[in-house]
Design a protein around this ligand. Structure first.
Ligand code: CTP
Length: 377
């Protein structure tokens, strides 16, 4: 029906980007980006008429020449095809009207640059100049143009490369990956909010360790979250080593991610050993100790959240508490927790135990829930 509306005003129109990619992969997607050769606003208004929606249902962003429209639970975004050219001395691109090919050229990855025509005469025709379909089949993230160009146009795309690889379980094409290694300092001009938004999407993947290993391998992790990289490595003294806390943390993160989709539980897993490098001591005859790292990690949590521009709210306090408790409340999701373990947890968690229980509510076995209630009483 979008195609019918476009035909009525004689405008070429295409669905592009994420919707095409996800439809081919069979992933659900409710955001539809539509590119037309002409005014996106005019097309959005005609599509509203096609669906018998009032004119005011179209949100218009005049400055950007874009329009949005909600049809049932679909979010449609309309924009005229454009060409961008970047000047050496300015971050702001010059945006001009362009052809569909111009529009596809300025996109981030081959799998995000496919378009499908909507006009009746060619309905369903795939326009795929960079062979994104082959990259979808071989599970590859690759930039359509020379990666240095695509990443310098928008350095956030470096985080997006890792995010899509993690979400889809794809590899990053070698030349694209090399550019991530070489150009990662470009990320400096991107706001931390936008970087953390991508980081959180990586953390919310089914196996977040994959994304972190990629971020580490290309040097992005050291740029955005150096405290985490410092967990790497094993010191040996008198023939005794300790575990590598970087890989251990990733393992804990993956384990916890199997139990819960809660972002903040996953952040607590990431931070649970964060102060180990500062507290590490070798004690003769005893081995490696990390005395008080939980307390120090909890104290460090707000500053890490602040720098990463994560919310400094109740969620942060719960993460902090979980770090201080060294994630022990996760034990509540185990089949049977012993009375002594529960008592210890209760005393350490104090007044916040109930709040912690809410955070892991979905996973608490009812047996443990009853026991906790009895203790609290
Ligand atoms: N895009 C881009 N460069 C960016 C952001 C977006 O080229 N930095 C293009 C891509 O073609 C992308 C489309 O704009 O497919 C829509 O962007 P967005 O909604 O952020 O991503 P999706 O691909 O739709 O995926 P998701 O919704 O999972 O973020």
């Amino acid at each position: 029906r979008i195609g019918l509306a476009a035909d009525r005003i004689q405008m070429e129109s295409y669905v592009v980007g994420g919707f095409v990619r996800d439809s081919i992969l069979g992933r659900p997607c409710k955001d539809i980006d539509i590119v037309c050769i002409g005014s996106g606003i005019a097309l959005a208004e005609e599509v509203a008429r096609e669906f018998d929606l009032p004119d005011h249902s179209v949100s218009i962003f005049k400055n950007f020449g874009t329009a949005m429209l909600k049809v049932d639970d679909w979010d449609l975004e309309f924009v005229g095809a454009r060409k961008e050219s970047y000047q050496r001395d300015s971050r702001k691109p010059l945006v001009m009207e362009g052809t569909l090919e111009d529009d596809q050229n300025r996109r981030d990855f081959t799998i995000n640059a496919m378009a499908v025509q909507l006009n009746q005469a060619n309905w369903g025709k795939l326009l795929d100049p960079f062979n994104g379909i082959a990259d979808l089949k071989s599970k590859i993230i690759r930039t359509p143009l020379e990666p240095g160009i695509t990443f310098s146009d928008d350095p956030l795309r470096m985080m997006r490369a890792v995010r899509f690889a993690s979400q889809l379980g794809f590899d990053i094409f070698p030349e694209t990956f090399e550019a991530l290694q070489k150009e990662n300092e470009r990320l400096e001009i991107i706001s931390m909010e936008r970087i953390s938004e991508e980081l959180n999407k990586i953390i919310l993947c089914q196996k977040p360790s994959y994304g972190f290993l990629l971020l580490d391998a290309c040097g992005l992790l050291a740029r955005i979250f150096p405290e985490f990289v410092k967990l790497k490595g094993v010191d040996t003294e008198e023939g005794k080593g300790h575990k590598d806390n970087f890989y251990h943390t990733l393992q804990v993160l993956d384990n916890i991610s199997q139990h819960t989709d809660d972002l903040w539980w996953r952040w607590a897993a990431i931070l649970h050993d964060i102060a180990k490098p500062q507290t590490k001591r070798f004690v003769k005859g005893k081995g490696w100790t990390f005395h008080g790292h939980e307390e120090m990690g909890a104290r460090q949590t707000p500053s890490i959240f602040k720098r990463l521009k994560l919310p400094l709210n109740e969620k942060m306090k719960l993460v902090q508490k979980l770090v201080r408790l060294h994630l022990r409340p996760i034990a509540l999701s185990k089949e049977e927790i012993t009375h002594s373990a529960l008592r210890r947890l209760l005393f350490e968690a104090g007044d916040e135990l109930e709040a912690l229980m809410t955070l892991c509510r979905a996973d608490i076995t009812s047996k443990n829930g009853d026991k906790v209630k009895r203790y609290l009483r």
